[in-house]
Design a protein around this ligand. Structure first.
Ligand code: HEM
Length: 514
């Protein structure tokens, strides 16, 4: 789901409003006639204005989109709602039954993606990514390649050393930041950096120096900013007002290509003689892309397409994982008894040894903690947007092919009908005799932080390894507490690319004395 907020629309608000009033009155007659002719039985939703639909209601609520959905739409209209955002029809679902009906029972029909806005078309190289591709041969080829080439359990094992290096670097960074700042550190920044380094190395096949890492990171952030939805994405008739922004999109795309193509070319030449570069990894995502066969296409991916695929690989796992770690540390600080249980489990599993991923895998309490973390804090509150391959029904309502289908994840993982005391953060709920939840949705849907069905996140296993290992190492090395000392952690949320803590978590760390 695009990160639509009232603030992303408000700069244009007054400029556009007058123009719209004219256009609206001119089109109202035509549109009402047209919509009557269609006679779709769409799910219920707030009545909207002609042309703009509910766009300004959302913008004027002053709330981030996820809060508008949670606090205003769902209580009033129930678990399936229609919202008209300018020319786009959005159908939002927020119950386990409906997610199951759509993504499992009618999985094939709901497995495609909607029409993209022009900015996303540029950055996705016309939908040439796993996440944006329409359900069909291109998607199958790209997804199979990513999963078999990089994310299978055999491949994951091969990158164990990269993770260990990144974990040691993370601990060293936390130590030195704490030393320089009276024992305090920012959590998200450090966690994000650690996982970013892992993904960069896996992607490009070399360990980049700090300067290059910083350069790529800055560029990725700029890209995410220009991908923020604009008003003309919902109301294309306003696009003449946005020519400056369109130019900026092209400039940023060029910068992205200029930054990443040298890394691609370097790997191409290193591959001719791997032994020539002692720093080169034996394998990387790039290696799978150079000669990739795409069903229904004769040519292998171009450099621009490779840039896009690499960006997807890196972006898909960076903020999501970093966000999970920030909330994990917040919960650990908020609940010292949870921190003690985690630490005791680490001690009883590995003693004085450094915790490794095979140890983390068999730590029952840690795994319950991570599950509860992803239930209470799914890094994205909406799954990626789905669309249907043909007109269909959901809960008896019509779902047309041009609708954006959004799944609101906390509506499921905090549903009091399927969870005991869902607001409470309690890893013990997953321990013997307690509650259960299959995170993949195969045996029923109760939580779906990675989505479910055909489009389920292919990075699920790797992300779980990263989150488990990072939490285990961070708790093994440090005792975490609130900053300022004795203060309560502010659990407020805000939407960036993911749902992060409203005030970036700054925590006090004390190295453990063993
Ligand atoms: C905690 C970490 C992560 C979370 C919470 C997460 C969550 C998600 C979600 C909710 C979706 C949408 C599923 C749908 O469309 O229904 C998704 C898709 C995707 N994720 Fe992840 N993800 C994480 C990590 C990763 C990693 C590490 C990678 C790869 C390196 C990755 C790559 C992707 C890709 C390529 C898709 C698109 C799949 C498709 O359309 O077929 N993700 N992820």
């Amino acid at each position: 789901m695009d990160s639509l907020t009232s603030s992303s629309l408000s700069p244009y608000y007054h400029l556009i409003f007058t123009a719209l009033a004219f256009v609206a009155s001119g089109l109202v007659f035509l549109l009402t006639r047209k919509s009557k002719a269609k006679k779709l039985n769409l799910p219920p939703g707030p009545p909207g204005w002609p042309v703009v639909g509910n766009l300004f209601q959302v913008a004027r609520s002053g709330k981030p989109f996820f809060e508008y959905v949670r606090d205003i739409l769902l209580p009033k209209y129930g678990p399936i709602v229609t919202l008209r955002m300018g020319t786009r029809t959005m159908i939002i679902i927020s119950s386990a039954e409906l997610a199951h009906e759509a993504l499992i029972e009618k999985g094939q029909v709901f497995a495609t993606r909607p029409r993209e806005n022009p900015t996303r078309i540029i950055f996705s190289c016309n939908k040439f990514t796993v996440n944006a591709a329409l359900y069909g041969p291109v998607w199958r080829s790209l997804r199979r390649n990513m999963v078999q080439g990089m994310l299978s359990s055999a491949r994951l094992k091969q990158f164990g050393t990269v993770r260990n290096v990144a974990m040691d670097r993370l601990i060293a960074r936390i130590k030195s930041e704490a030393d320089a700042n009276n024992g305090t550190v920012y959590v998200l920044r450090n966690a994000r950096f650690a996982v970013f380094c892992i993904l960069l190395t896996m992607c490009f096949g070399v360990e980049l120096d700090e300067e290059m890492i910083e350069k790529v990171d800055q560029m990725m952030k700029v890209v995410l900013l220009v991908l923020d939805p604009r008003l003309d994405d919902y109301l294309p008739l306003l696009s003449p007002f946005f020519s400056k922004q369109r130019k900026r999109v092209k400039i940023v795309r060029n910068e992205q290509i200029q930054t990443l193509v040298p890394l691609i070319e370097k790997r191409r030449s290193v591959l001719k003689n791997l032994e020539s570069d002692p720093d080169a990894m034996p394998f990387s995502y790039l290696d799978t892309l150079f000669d990739l066969n795409i069903e229904g296409r004769k040519s292998t991916p171009t450099n621009a397409e490779i840039v896009t695929l690499c960006s997807e690989f890196i972006n898909g796992g960076t903020d999501t994982t970093g966000t999970a770690i920030e909330w994990a540390i917040a919960r650990v600080i908020q609940n010292p008894q949870i921190q003690t249980k985690l630490y005791e489990e680490i001690r009883s599993t590995v003693g004085d040894k450094k915790v490794e991923e095979k140890d983390a895998e068999r730590m029952v309490y840690l795994n319950a903690f991570v599950k509860e973390l992803l239930r209470k804090h799914p890094p994205t509150y909406f799954s990626l947007t789905h669309a249907v391959t043909e007109p269909t029904k959901l809960a008896g309502y019509d779902v047309p092919t041009d609708a954006n289908v959004e799944i609101f994840l906390p509506g499921i993982s905090e549903d009091p009908k399927i969870w005991k005391d869902p607001a409470r953060f309690d890893p013990d709920r997953f321990l013997t005799g307690g509650e259960e939840a299959d995170i993949t949705g195969t045996n029923g849907v109760k939580m779906m932080p990675f989505g479910i069905g055909r489009r389920i996140c292919p990075g699920l296993s790797m992300a779980t390894v990263h989150v488990n290992l990072m939490i285990a190492r961070m708790v093994q090395e440090f005792e975490w507490s609130a900053y300022p000392e004795g203060s309560k952690v502010d659990m407020g949320e805000k939407l960036e690319f993911t749902v992060v803590m409203k005030n970036a978590l700054r925590a006090k760390v004390k190295p453990r004395v063993v």
